[in-house]
Ligand binder design. Structure first.
Ligand code: EPZ
Length: 419
């Protein structure tokens, strides 16, 4: 069991102030693993201090990679010693699937324990496997391992995914950088993190064109060099803190962030009645003395509404005026926060992949359970705005993806303590 695995939160509090946004969890995780595609030294800036990154560092260190985090993150994978990727930590994070490119490119063969991740669905990897087979990789399931056998020469080709997958797009795009000839990925994920990862690979000497579009072109190169790269800011952390301002009737400015990849979230927040202003690398949401309106949400692949903001908007609709519907189209088990909000007085009803929300004036503090990363932050925000004391159990999930979250929220006026 985790020590001090609960947050005790006193509400209601209006959250006001400035927050420095950390580097993107999902971009940093992918970049750290695919950096093994080159033996040359890599320096990464703006890598967030979160648990998933710590686990990634532990996995790579077990493989013989030298990682120094004193100032920036310096990665030296010139002396990797192992190719049986079986350390149990691999099961803890979804991102460990991005060891596949290194196994394929550096060794040509190996076995990778199947990755884990938040329990928001069964998280298959069939699209990763299908895409790699299209490039000529011999890969198959072997119980709970992926077995990569001797590799023929990787030949680029046109690969059209039948379903949009962020992870599989990253896996195929990375391996294709060192395949022979041209690879075209159709129906690719268009997320800003894909652009960030392509920019990183291009700095290593790859030739990736149109990342961020649904058709990505990769011209294979012979080798990749080292580089210094700064990770993009975390758009979901930004959206989370703006939602915190909206639900608490507060006023929060997020800086060291990027507004252009949050368009749909900002549009939805404006619809709730919030006043939003922004500049080059900052965005502010003011909800003081405003009435929060409910808003319908349909999660879908980028640039549509992000599934990683769904639980935050479930909270918003729980305490806003009016009724609304939230439809989750990406993951099959991403409603675990609903029962917990109901314990706090929310009027929510699940119908298939929809949450029917009827806003209530206020939530009441209670004992609730965190079950995954995004539901845990939403329960903490619920505690910040509820009347009385809320205790969130199993809070360890939150440390996976939110850097210094207790201190950041307390700096805005929240009253949170670990117990
Ligand atoms: C990435 O997960 C993110 N994780 C998720 O963020 C994010 O919610 C998700 O993309 C969608 O945007 C990381 O980047 C580490 P997918 P990923 O492949 O790559 C199905 C967070 O909270 N699918 O885009 O696993 C899958 O089941 C996390 O930060 C297959 O069927 O997501 C889902 O229904 C949660 N076969 C859909 O596709 C596959 O081989 C989209 O998944 C792969 C995915």
């Amino acid at each position: 069991m985790y020590y001090m695995n609960k947050f005790r939160i006193l509400g209601p509090k209006k959250l006001k102030g400035k927050i420095k946004i950390s580097g993107s969890k999902n971009s940093a995780l992918a970049i750290i693993f695919i950096s093994l595609l080159t033996e040359k030294p890599i320096t990464l800036k703006n890598v967030p201090y979160i648990q998933d990154i710590d686990i990634a560092i532990k996995i790579l260190t077990k493989l013989g990679v030298k990682i120094d985090r004193r100032e920036f993150m310096k990665i030296d994978s010139s002396k990797i010693c192992n190719k049986f990727f079986s350390c149990s930590l691999i099961k803890y994070i979804r991102a460990s699937i991005w060891l596949l490119p290194a196994i394929i490119i550096r060794w040509g063969s190996g076995e990778l324990l199947l990755p884990g991740g938040c329990s928001i669905g069964n998280r298959p990897v069939d699209l990763h496997i299908w895409g790699l087979k299209e490039l000529g990789v011999k890969i198959k399931f072997n119980r709970n391992y992926l077995k990569i056998d001797s590799i023929n020469k990787l030949i680029g080709k046109t690969i059209c995914f039948n379903k949009i997958s962020v992870g599989a797009t990253i896996t195929v795009m990375s391996v294709a950088t060192l395949a022979y000839g041209i690879t075209i990925i159709k129906n690719a994920a268009r997320d800003p993190e894909i652009i960030d990862i392509a920019n990183f690979l291009n700095k290593l000497g790859a030739k990736i064109i149109n990342a961020g579009e649904s058709k990505i072109i990769i011209v294979g190169v012979k080798y990749l060099k080292g580089c210094i790269y700064s990770i993009m800011s975390d758009r979901i952390e930004t959206g989370t803190f703006l939602t915190a301002a909206a639900v608490s009737g507060g006023d929060v400015l997020c800086y060291n962030t990027c507004v252009s990849n949050l368009k749909i979230v900002l549009k939805k927040l404006q619809f709730t009645g919030a006043k939003i202003t922004y500049g080059q690398d900052w965005v502010r949401l003011n909800m003081i003395d405003k009435c929060l309106r409910s808003v319908n949400i349909n999660t879908a692949p980028y640039p549509s509404f992000p599934t990683d903001m769904q639980s935050q908007f479930t909270l918003l609709n729980s305490v806003s005026n009016g009724s609304s519907i939230i439809t989750e189209n990406i993951f099959e088990n991403r409603f675990m926060h609903v029962a917990e909000f109901i314990k706090m007085g929310a009027r929510l009803k699940i119908k298939n992949n929809k949450i029917i929300c009827h806003g209530v004036k206020k939530l009441i503090g209670n004992k609730v359970n965190a079950t995954d990363l995004r539901s845990s932050i939403s329960l903490v925000l619920a505690g910040c705005i509820a009347d009385g004391i809320t205790v969130v159990k199993n809070i360890h999930h939150i440390y996976r993806g939110y850097e210094s979250i207790k201190n950041k929220l307390n700096s805005l006026g929240a009253v949170i303590e670990c117990i």
